[in-house]
Design a protein around this ligand. Sequence first.
Ligand code: CA
Length: 224
Amino acid sequence: MRLLIVEDNAELSRLLATGLLAAGYAADIVGNVAEARDALRSVTYAAMILDLGLPDGDGLTVLSELRRKMDPLPVLVLTARGGLQDRVSGLRSGADDYLAKPFALEELVARLEAILRRPGQLLGSSLNLANLVYDTESRQIFIDGAPHVFSSRETSVLEILLRRQGRVVPKKNVEDHIFGLSGEVASNAVEVYVSRLRKLLAEHNARIMIHTIRGVGYMMAEAK
Ligand code: CA
């Protein structure tokens, strides 16, 4: 199995590579964000060990880019920044596990083996359909990899239809999801937001259709 180590401390990465080789893993070493991108483009790795503080940027950018492309590569984040906040943002960006420096090599190998046993199970939560990915944490929408932020109500419509893609969602459910259970809602409000969402999706070339099921509700599906 071939691993990628992204770490700018040359001594640490050499130690890691040696230790991993003893455990049966071959590892390539790169020292910055640009090299990591190149390596990931040219080689299919079994997992990546990713330092966060890199000379040309934050390791989390590499991770976010991967997850945006729905790449399930197992990633173990390694960092000196061991605070709770970093841990949370690391996991939200789609890391499979997190290890704060300093650590014992045995622990790294054990954690790596654990994430290799459950590939593809991302901790970040995203929904996807055709060329669209929706990140439920940040409420960001990616179409062909490009990020977009829609207004809050259009995003709510997108989310409920995307969660039940291929199934009919009753109009009342869409309405409750957008407006909550309180307050007066204009009778055509759902139609208005669905129509705005359709327009936004079309403008950004999302290959997605929102079908109106007359008298019932809406269904989201990939455009044929
Ligand atoms: Ca570093």
